[in-house]
Design a protein around this ligand. Sequence first.
Ligand code: ADP
Ligand code: MG
Length: 473
Amino acid sequence: MTSSPTQSAAPAAAGASFSKLPLSPATLATLEQLGYQTMTPIQAASLPIALAGQDLIAQAKTGSGKTAAFALALLSRLDARRFDVQALVLCPTRELAEQVTQEIRRLARAEENIKILTLCGGSPMRPQADSLAHGAHIAVGTPGRIMDHLERGTLHLDALNTLVLDEADRMLDMGFFDDIAYVASHCPKERQTLLFSATYPDGIARLSQQFLRKPREIKLEEQHDDSKIRQRFYEVDDSERLNAVGLLLNHFRPVSTLAFCNTKARCRDLVELLRAQGFEALALHGELEQRERDQVLVQFANRSCSVLVATDVAARGLDIAQLEAVINVDVTPDPEVYVHRIGRTGRADQDGWALSLASMNEMGRVGNIEQAVSAEMEWQPLSALAPASNERLLPPMVTLQILGGRKEKMRPGDILGALTGDAGYAKDQIGKINVMEMSTYVAVQRAIGREAVRKLNDGKVKGKRVKVRMLTE
Ligand code: ADP
Ligand code: MG
């Protein structure tokens, strides 16, 4: 990816070392331990401004490192001896709030005991209120739940220095404007406000006018390196559109594919068809319960689901690493959304496919996209697609669900220990391990899935019996 900052004064060069910034030696050491060798473009453009205490509006695509851009700023101003909330980060969903909390924890590792609380709906108020009463330095949460705490007087923001609006575009999509306004009205006027967003819809200007003071604006244009993302269009009739997705999957055989549909109904139809065709496909849409949503994301991220079918809103902000292909099942009317969708693949040094299905009456939209990305699209007929193998496309891993999670103080090492110890597996047969509130999910190679379930059920984890089942069927 090449990016060019506009309107930002004296940014550090992208790819520059963090050591150019006014950060403590401990923080620099942490960054080095984390393998953050150089700044990402958004970090290079925004950190000098954020560390100088100025308000900021920063727009950059998902996965560009925005969290560290604000986390380093708010951590630099934190007084660990003062047990008051000094920084508040508002996020649209619980899982994004948890991702942000984790990243701040990682970055704060070297500091003395910094307490960070995640405050989101879906968990009872009382334990959160108790934790707040014990004192916390940083709160990360969703606008609704933060508002609840302010209303009940369990959260006080008088000592706040930094307010962060993360994924501001998505918070607006979700109708959080008024809640954000309520929360902002409880923050001291003297504060720094940092707004981060992946896109720049009109509402952002309204947010900024109301809650930011003379903000500096940074916008990183998305330009993808063509050699990494290969874009291809297929002309389809509407009647063959959904079926064409399976043809693409069998032809390209990507391990992980994100398939975007414009509507929820289309998502449901597509998942149903793909499953009937023998693919491991899951849908991500707004109507899932939080636990179901967690399970879907865990399975996709740990490579035990081949295709995640999602609407743009549902997929916004997710930090999904390896993605071999993005399929645009419908052509989006907004070229910016197209660029955003395809930017999910071809990350880092990997190649990625951006495959789009378009019908005759979507050609106008395709034209707009071609203009926006200043490229002529490569077209291929559906008939060019032939299965690369007669075997079913199956994900390399399966997910096991273990009853017991954070509540039971389960740790990834406990599960890994059980699988590589008594059960006798090699480390590379085990994939990602996600410890959630009530359950732990572990990915293992497909071939050992059933046996691993049996061995775990028969054996012990941390000296205790556990209940395990196969989540992926
Ligand atoms: P965004 O909020 O822009 O979507 P994130 O903050 O979630 O992006 O960062 C995406 C990933 O990049 C995370 O896994 C994070 O740990 C990693 N990352 C962030 N900054 C750096 C850096 N300077 N060097 C290497 N990895 C980084
Ligand atoms: Mg983010």
